[in-house]
Design a binder for this molecule. Sequence first.
Ligand code: FES
Length: 214
Amino acid sequence: MSFYKNMYSPKLIELFRNPKNVGEMPDADVKVTEGSLACGDMITIFLKVDEETKRITDIKFLSYGCAANIATTSIMTELVKGKTLEEAKKLTFKEIVDALGGLPPVKMHCAVLSIDGLRSAIRKYEEERGIVEVPELDESFIRSRLRRIINPRLGRDIVSTGIIEKISVHEGIVEIDVNMPEDQEFAGYIKEEIRERLERLPNVKELKINFLGG
Ligand code: FES
């Protein structure tokens, strides 16, 4: 632990050892997995939101990141629990860093990942319920959403790693060709992530995911 003691604040070490709000939430209103473009690590955020007041009544997370990511996401969940979605959107990574008593510069992106995960979860909730408008459904919109999915094998997103062969959009029907055999490691994960991000958008009528090769 002496390595951690030199690098991290006592609060961060405490939350790394005993993170708050960790775990799955089977009845979540929204679930999102967000990847860090800086390091390839991932977090999953689960939200429960009161329909009427739009308050976050519960939030949980799973982290596939480093000690700083576990601690920053833990404190993020504590800071937004009970807040309205509008209030939660205003939380900044700087407030997270301050609440932790500081973070080494090389670990700032870990706090950014926790904020990105929170904002993605809120946006998904609002888009799926028609609270905010979903941008026009075209290839570049689909590509921008797929760019948030990390390819676990390479630690980079599935667009820049070249496995998205083709995207076509026609009258709400989205078809995506993925350049990997369906039985390859992580193919199931990637398919599920694509579904999670696109399937419930109000302007997506049908989603077809084709795995090529094998
Ligand atoms: Fe990747 Fe911290 S989340 S290094």
